[in-house]
Design a protein around this ligand. Structure first.
Ligand code: UDP
Ligand code: MG
Length: 334
């Protein structure tokens, strides 16, 4: 466990125990997971059965273009499934929101469909929840399998996020987490459309504890997150959780103005007292180019924020459900 996580994990939980008997909702987002979904849902059900007989699996098909739909429909005959098919690919953040909205358990587990999140950890997560923690999240301790560029980008992202935002994001904490109903209700109450889940988990707070884990290799298929998609996720995180980029440009602007003022005075002094002819169009050309670049860049950053505001004020739904197959034994939320 890194220091960061030790710092943010309370020494001992102090809930009003004992808890209600566990009724678990497992939320599984699935995008083109035909090779994994069947095996995974069976394995998940088998593991969860050892914790409680009272559980449902909420499968969110995020607009898959393979046979994830047919396979999930078939699985709903065999397992206690709530199967939601979104009307198109809305992205993992939206798929998780859909799952959370439809989960009816008094605890909710978020887990990927590709076996990367170890099922062996569920009993420990359960025990920590039982002992009073309201959110138990997995922290990736080894990114050995990932490319150097991805790892560097991830480090940079957390560094920038945590220097600019009041809410601190635990580095390398992903979507693999066990949440109490209280946390789920809090997440659902957040009204924003731009859902950067890693930020929202941190924002809601509650008694949290980190469990270190090493993600396994994907059993089949490929990750949907290429560098471009990760980049836009990082941009979403930055624009929805920190105004640091805006502040940086104010400071750059102030710095440049001061420099310009000093340089202007120097030119005046040179001309008046030393009689230097006012030469220097190369300086002029270079500085105009530099500063118009700086201006365009800062307008671009402003634009990122304005774009987010635009998306937010439209108040469109976060996702649309095209198909809802309810074979869950859990009938109502606690
Ligand atoms: N996923 C999703 N919608 C997407 C992309 C991914 O629901 O647009 C799901 C995917 O099926 C998997 C989980 O999110 O269950 C994690 O995706 P992936 O394995 O591609 O990402 P990585 O493990 O590389 O972060
Ligand atoms: Mg994965």
């Amino acid at each position: 466990m890194t220091d960061f996580h030790a710092e943010y994990a309370p020494a001992a939980p102090s809930a009003q125990l004992p808890r209600q008997p566990l009724r678990l909702s497992c939320v599984v987002p699935a995008y083109n997971e035909q090779a994994n979904i069947e095996g995974f849902l069976h394995a998940l059900a088998q593991t969860v059965q050892t914790l409680t007989p009272d559980f449902e699996i909420v499968v969110v098909n995020d607009g898959s273009r393979d046979s994830t739909h047919e396979l999930s429909m078939r699985m709903s005959q065999e397992l206690p499934l709530r199967y939601l098919a979104l009307s198109r690919n809305f992205g993992k953040e939206a798929a998780l929101s859909a799952g959370i909205d439809h989960a009816r358990g008094n605890a909710v587990l978020l887990i990927d469909a590709d076996f990367q999140h170890p099922l062996e950890m569920l009993s420990e997560m359960h025990a920590l929840w039982q002992s009073g923690y309201e959110m138990v999240y997995g922290v990736i301790t080894d990114r050995g399998a990932e490319s150097g560029a991805k790892r560097m980008g991830t480090n940079l992202f957390y560094r920038v996020m945590n220097s600019g935002s009041a809410v601190k994001l635990p580095p390398n904490a992903g979507d693999f987490r066990w949440m109490d109903r209280k946390v789920v209700d809090a997440l659902q109450a957040l009204p924003e459309n731009n859902r950067f889940m890693k930020g929202l988990y941190a924002w809601v707070g509650f008694k949290t504890v980190a469990l270190p884990f090493v993600p396994k290799d994907r059993v089949a298929g490929n990750s949907s997150f290429n560098l471009r998609r990760l980049g836009s996720l990082a941009l979403l995180g930055l624009t929805s959780f920190t105004t640091l980029p805006l502040r940086i440009w104010s400071m750059v602007g102030a710095g440049i103005s001061l420099l310009a003022l000093a340089y202007g005075m120097w030119i005046a002094v040179e001309a008046l007292f030393f009689g230097n002819p006012l030469r220097g169009w190369p300086t002029l050309a270079a500085s105009i180019m530099l500063f118009s670049g700086v201006q365009l860049l800062s307008i671009g950053i402003l634009g990122e924020y304005i774009g987010r505001i635009y998306e937010e004020v439209k108040r469109r739904p976060i996702y649309l459900v095209a198909h809802d197959e309810d074979c869950s034994p859990l009938r109502e939320k606690p």
